[in-house]
Design a protein around this ligand. Structure first.
Ligand SMILES: *Cc1c(COP(=O)(O)O)cnc(C)c1O
Length: 361
């Protein structure tokens, strides 16, 4: 098989050292392995800028959606009601989860190329006192739009609500001061900006809130409280853990520290993303989002012509060493290019040369 680099928002391109960690089979009962879990949990709290006295980290088997569903179904009680803010497929997925598990919710829909209006949110909260929780997506990977958390965090605190943030595609790539913002639950996964491989997700949770969630969960496997209770003893997961993925993730965290932390990684992603948009714009391939809404994680581009065939384009680029992502919008034809993972300026320059060749031909 031809090798290629992933320009997708996770799974993404990882380093050889991260992959090499998976060449050894570890025992889930072994102290050394359990210590890896504990080390990861501590490092996650550091990245989230929270105090271990106030917050805890819980790892959960499954992809990112499992983590979101674990939080929604464990942390929103039967008498609670959640305001879900959505401007993309991942916000919509939270709505679907709420429907599946019978969570009381109200959805606030925003067009996919727009961010929320804080005045609207205040109005919704003021007019519906039953609302106890607010759930939102930080970087909506559907388009790459970056939803500001600061204003919602402020309002959430003011109104005394519990704030849930799906920071799946931003955590580790964009600095988030979870404690300052008083986010109650933040969810992300192994295969996004920490640059691990897929297989588990994690939640940074405010202890005071999580401690109140015993017996809430509508699902046994996704009971976040029970998962935490088991894991917090000594790092042993409740059910079989993805040992290879956990070891690789631990290495990925060390590499994030070596790179200079989230600040340095963010700079690299920003540079990748800006360079990509500038170069493609020169070729007549225009970004879907307004520049001020654009995250450094992934960019969505409009098809340059009516006749543009994404599949042909995809195969052409793949044969030259990179894979891209189709669009996820229903109203306009788009494709997406991720700028996260083990990707540097020279990769973006190489990709842009390939695209230029294709556009010319
Ligand atoms: C990747 C992602 C998820 C989780 O998707 P999975 O396919 O379950 O890993 C959730 N929300 C956002 C914003 C994401 O980018």
């Amino acid at each position: 098989m031809e090798q290629y680099k992933l320009l997708t928002p996770g799974p993404l391109t990882t380093t050889s050292r991260v992959k090499e960690e998976m060449l050894f089979d570890r025992c889930t009962w072994d102290d050394e392995y359990k210590n890896i879990t504990q080390k990861i949990r501590r490092q996650l709290l550091e990245i989230a800028s929270v105090s271990p006295a106030v917050y805890t980290a819980v790892l959960m088997q499954g992809s990112g959606s499992f983590g979101v569903e674990a939080v929604l179904t464990t942390c929103i009680g039967k008498k609670d009601k959640c305001l879900i803010i959505t401007n993309g497929a991942y916000g919509e997925r939270m709505v679907t989860m709420a429907q599946y598990s019978g969570i009381n919710y109200v959805a606030y829909h925003v067009p996919y190329d727009m961010i929320h209006d804080i005045g609207d949110i205040k109005m919704i909260l003021a007019s519906d006192e039953a609302i106890t929780h607010i759930a939102m997506v930080h970087c909506e990977t559907t388009t790459g739009i970056l939803n500001p958390i600061e204003d919602i965090a402020q309002i959430s605190k003011e109104y005394g609500k519990t704030l849930i943030v799906d920071a799946m595609s931003s955590f580790g790539g964009i600095e988030i001061n979870v404690q300052d913002l008083s986010i109650d639950y933040l969810i992300s996964s192994a295969n996004k900006c920490i640059q691990g491989v897929p297989g588990f997700c994690f939640v940074v949770a405010k202890l005071e809130k999580l401690l109140n969630c015993q017996g809430n969960s509508r699902s046994l496997s996704l009971d976040l409280y029970d998962q935490w209770k088991h894991m917090d003893k000594d790092g042993k997961w409740r059910y079989t853990s993805p040992t290879h993925v956990v070891a690789a993730f631990s290495k990925a965290l060390d590499e994030l520290v070596d790179e200079g932390g989230v600040f340095a990684r963010n700079k690299r992603y920003e540079k990748n993303n800006r360079l990509l948009r500038e170069k493609l714009n020169h070729m007549g391939i225009v970004a879907y989002l307004k520049e001020t809404f654009q995250s450094p994680i992934i960019a969505t581009f409009l098809f340059p012509t009516e006749e543009f065939d994404f599949n042909m384009f995809y195969q052409y680029v793949k044969a030259r060493g990179f894979v891209l992502y189709p669009g996820k919008l229903t109203d306009v034809n788009t494709f997406r290019i991720g700028t996260i993972g083990e990707i540097y300026e020279e990769d973006i320059l190489q990709l842009c040369d390939i695209i230029k060749e294709y556009v010319r031909a």
